[in-house]
Ligand binder design. Sequence first.
Ligand code: ADP
Ligand code: MG
Length: 138
Amino acid sequence: MAQRTLCIIKPDAVKKNVHGSILQKILDSGFKVRGIRMAQLSENEAGKFYEVHKERPFYNELVTFMTSGPVVLVALEKENAVQDYRTLIGATDPAEAAEGTIRKLFASSKGENAVHGSDSEENGEKEIAFFFRESELV
Ligand code: ADP
Ligand code: MG
């Protein structure tokens, strides 16, 4: 069954001008883009999006990073999208990410790691709804 997941191409990747290459890899892996836009996240938006990590020591650093420049928000759809997209991006820390994964290829560090990916079907739906109106999805 088709499933949706949220991709965010993070500020480090946009600054390095690799957002096109990342999106091409995603498309080549069979994902459909249902919604896409660039955004400059506010501190409030980034803080709310990552609220689950509020108590973690890296939370402030994460919010500062995510608001440091434009991002690309992408609503993706595919069968088994959540798990397949997590496999495509690789481990959170690029040092631990498998060869050929997006984070292995494009991430700089555990914090500045090129892309976000939802961790469950439920969160995928929630995260897409956080950034997109239903009318912005095709
Ligand atoms: P993932 O993005 O792989 O789901 P998490 O949900 O654990 O990883 O963390 C969310 C984001 O917070 C990561 O993608 C990364 O940008 C940042 N982050 C996670 N752990 C650390 C850390 N130890 N130091 C700095 N930033 C971190
Ligand atoms: Mg996560």
